[in-house]
Structures are given as C-alpha cells and as structure tokens.
Design a protein around this ligand. Structure first.
Ligand code: F0G
Length: 391
C-alpha cells in the first residue's frame, strides 16, 4: 500500500486498513492522505511527461487506489479558457477559467467521486451515503450507478436546485429529504455511517474524495505549460475543494515539479460566511452560523466541515477568504455568461465575483496569472438562471 492517513490535528499516522476514515481515533480531527513523495516522485514526474489526454486518473501515481478498482466515467480533463473581455475590463493581463462544469455530472464533485466510489469498491462497501446541497448527491448517484452500489442521499428539504435533485433521482438513489439545513443533514449522515463498515460516507470529510479533487491543480499546472498560477480563486462552502486544490499544488512542490505555489483565495456568499468571518477577525477557530442564507444554494453552509484545512490553505499560501453578496454573485454569473460564454451556477460564479472584489481590494496585481475555478454548470439551477434572465 502506497498511502497512509494522517490526522491534521495531532499528526498521528495510521494504516488505512485499521481505522474508520472520517476522524482521527485519537483526537477526532479530520484525516488526510499522505505518500512517500521521495519514492513516488520519479514515477509521477515520468507520468506527467507522457503524452495523452488530461484526466483524473492520469495522476494515479499520487492517488490512493489500485487501478483494478477504478470506477470512472471519464472525469477531469476540463477546459482552461483564457478570459478576454472580462480580464480587460478589470485591467488584468492573464485570467483563466478552469471550467469544472464540464465534468460528467456537471460539477467538480466528479473528480472526487471517482476516487471515493473506487475506494468503496476496494473496501467492499455495498452502500454509499452523502449529505448534500445537490451536486455531491448528483455525482454520487451517477458513480454508484456505474459501480452497482446502493446510494442514499440526505438533502435539506426544499433547499436544493431541481436539476441536481433530478440527477440523483434518474441515477436511482434513495432520497431522504430532511427538515433542517445542510449542516444538520451532514450531522445525520455522519451518525448513520459511524461504526457501519458496509455503509460508506462520501462527503468531503472522506479524505479519499479530496484526493480526486486535488487533480485540478495538476491539470492547471499542465495547461499553463507546467507553470503554477500566482492566484487561484475558489468558491467555498463545506471547504473541501479549496483544501484539496491547495494539497495538489503542495504535492507538485513535494515531487519537485515546482518551487512556487499559488495564493489561494476562497469566496463565500455573504449570507453563509463563517470562514470569511474567522479569517477577517484573525480567529483560530470558525464559529458556525446557525441559519446560512444565499441564492447560491450549493454553498449555503454554516458549519464548514473542512474549516481547519481551508484556513491553513489560505494562511500558508498567504491568500485570503473573502465574501460576495448575492447581488455580486448574480452580476458575476451574468458577466461570465454574456462576456465569456460560460454558463455557471451561482455558487460557481462566486469565484468570479471574488475576482472582481479581490482586484478592487488590491489583492491582485495587474500582471498576475489568476485562475478562477468554475465549479458547476448553470443548467443545474434553472430557477436562479430564470430569475436573472427575467423570466
Ligand atoms: N461550488 C459548487 C457548485 C458546489 O456544489 C459546492 C459544494 C461548492 C462550490 C463548494 O465546495 O463544499 O468543497 O467548499 N457543494 C456541496 C454539495 C456541499 O453537497 O454538493 P466545498
């Protein structure tokens, strides 16, 4: 086995075969996957020199799954498009959109889900489970269908976009709508999964999922001609994705493919911004918000599970976590659609709202290379789109 799990709190290292994966048995903190980078580095460097299309599994040398167990629907390999008009209007010379809405189920979750579901197959789970604001459930449902696993979805009643609910339904998940918000749903899912080996929880507290999501960093590095950007801007909800992308860039450094790493800028919706709050007040801990509210339903989250990983990512990288109002998010969604040809759901457009704000706040210099992560396709949330289209 080439990987180990390490606690992000007490740093103890565990053999993955021996412990449940959602929390450190010693101190309860989250875990992350670690490798022996010195021994794997050479093979990884060779694999990224080989020609061939970009994809999550191109990077299997730094993924914790044996290839025999892989469940894939051709995820990753998403476009990096260079901004024209929007960048010019902001007086920025090099802005890119990494369009993860191009994944099989229309969001970045597929990068993580291919790894999490492969791991479920590897450990012979029979059922997978998640709490979701929509995209995780759509993705899990598709990969569970492909793998022939049962799938259970917990969603906050009336709070997720119809497109995403339909995806989970057509792929055959069992859907349980709960009273309460996403945070309550995740709490319930954690309890359901605890101590039950056949039932595998694939939320982003599952460290295997984040391994898949880190591959966005590898792809961006390749797409920019083996160069890391100066800044990466990411929408933040449960805070798994920004943590995963940061891990990817750090690993590029561990295997000596880059000496530099980017600044990570997270963007939360103003109505659901506990991390931005902790960052602004320079607190060491995040205080959950009981009633998060925003039009960007995918990131309507008051108690981000990966808060500690995310705060570390922005502090270590000398980035920031900022907030954008619903008006700013909707304006960014419109700009992306009308000037760049990219239709993003509101939560995705938060990264572009963040770009505009970060430039105004002088967090970005005009000549810096900036990548905004577009996390999910606009067709998923037709209600939000209809509102901005004036229907
Ligand atoms: N953008 C979109 C489109 C999302 O669906 C999510 C999260 C995020 C950004 C934020 O990513 O949680 O890793 O910080 N959606 C989750 C879900 C919570 O259940 O689909 P994060």
């Amino acid at each position: 086995m080439k990987h180990r799990l390490q606690c992000i709190g007490c740093s103890r290292i565990f053999n993955p075969a021996q412990i449940p994966i959602y929390a450190c048995p010693a101190c309860g903190d989250l875990l992350h996957v670690i490798y022996d980078y010195d021994s794997l580095g050479k093979k990884f460097r060779e694999s990224v020199r080989s020609p061939g299309p970009l994809s999550v599994w191109r990077y299997h040398r730094l993924l914790p799954i044996s290839l025999a167990n892989v469940v894939s629907i051709a995820e990753g390999g998403t476009g990096l498009s260079r901004s024209g008009r929007l960048a010019r209007s902001l007086r920025m010379s090099e802005v890119y959109f990494k369009n993860d809405g191009q994944n099989p189920t229309g969001s970045f979750k597929d990068r993580g889900m291919t790894v999490a579901i492969s791991r479920a197959v590897e450990i012979e789970a029979n059922t997978v489970l998640c709490a979701s604001t929509g995209n995780t459930s759509a993705s899990m449902a598709a990969y569970a269908a492909k793998a022939g696993l049962r799938a259970i979805v917990l969603i906050p009643k009336g709070k997720i976009a119809m497109g995403k609910l339909l995806q989970a339904m057509v792929h055959g998940s069992k859907i349980s709508q709960i009273d309460g918000n996403f945070d309550a749903a995740l709490e319930r899912a954690r309890k359901m999964a605890s101590g039950r080996s056949g039932l595998y929880l694939v939320n982003s507290i599952n460290p295997y999922r984040l391994e898949g999501q880190k591959t966005l960093a590898f792809e961006v590095w390749e797409q920019l001609g083996r160069r890391v950007p100066d800044v990466v801007i990411v929408p933040v909800g449960n805070a798994g994705n920004i943590s995963a992308i940061w891990k990817g860039f750090q690993e590029l450094r561990h295997v000596k493919l880059t000496a530099r790493v980017p600044r990570m800028i997270g963007v939360q919706a103003s109505g659901a911004a506990p991390l931005a709050d902790a960052y602004a007040k320079n607190r060491q801990e995040v205080i959950p918000w009981p009633n998060p509210e925003t039009i960007a339903s995918a990131i309507r989250i008051g108690a981000p599970a990966s808060w500690k990983k995310a705060l570390r990512a922005v502090r270590e990288s000398r980035g920031a976590i900022i907030r954008a109002s619903d008006e700013e998010i909707t304006a960014a969604q419109r700009l992306l659609a009308s000037q760049e040809g990219i239709f993003a759901e509101p939560a995705s457009a938060a990264s572009v709202a963040g770009l505009v704000k970060a430039k105004k706040a002088r967090l970005l210099a005009p000549r810096e290379t900036v990548v905004c992560v577009i996390t999910g396709h606009g067709l998923k949330d037709q209600k939000a789109a209809a509102a901005f289209a004036g229907l």
